[in-house]
Design a protein around this ligand. Sequence first.
Ligand SMILES: [Fe+2]
Length: 203
Amino acid sequence: MRSCSPTVLKGGGLSGSFFVATEIEPMLTPAMIDRLNEQINLEIYSSHLYLQMSSWCAHKSLDGCAQFLSQHADEEMTHMRRLLNYLHETGALAIISGMEAPPHHFDSLQAMFEKIYAHEQFVTHKINDLVHLANTEPDYATLQFLQWYVAEQHQEEFLFKSILDKMALIGTEGQGLFFIDQEVAKLAATKGIKANSMEPAQP
Ligand SMILES: [Fe+2]
């Protein structure tokens, strides 16, 4: 059970007198702080991954995909900042760790988008783990905070599956690649496709 316990500390001020300080319990458990920090670093990695993929697309003259993924890299940093701010609001320290470099070679545009889809499924899995932890602790404030990420991950999976579906429909050989790039460019202009069933709250 959490409590605020008064602690007598020796003061080092001008008078050298004694004063009573209060140890303030953090609002989150150490386990929750660790997991939220892990998620912060995963969002940064996602941003690095999409920025690297954007550069690969630009290198292959796939300008629509390059623009779309560059925007998506920025979006991942906003996901990270929401988590960072939440930790700050609860009095916890955010810890940015070193991370591995993202891959910079892809066999094809389709292989690259398949990798993105698998990555977003992994992120969804990590969000679900966080929700499970918040539910079992229980930590209802964090549970409420995480609902935005649940809806956001639904949108992300829907978006990238839609792109893969378009690739299957149009094909990626010859002119197909050109048309796919144009379709993805439209997504960059409209900031993606929104699923009807769930919409995350505005930041
Ligand atoms: Fe994200």
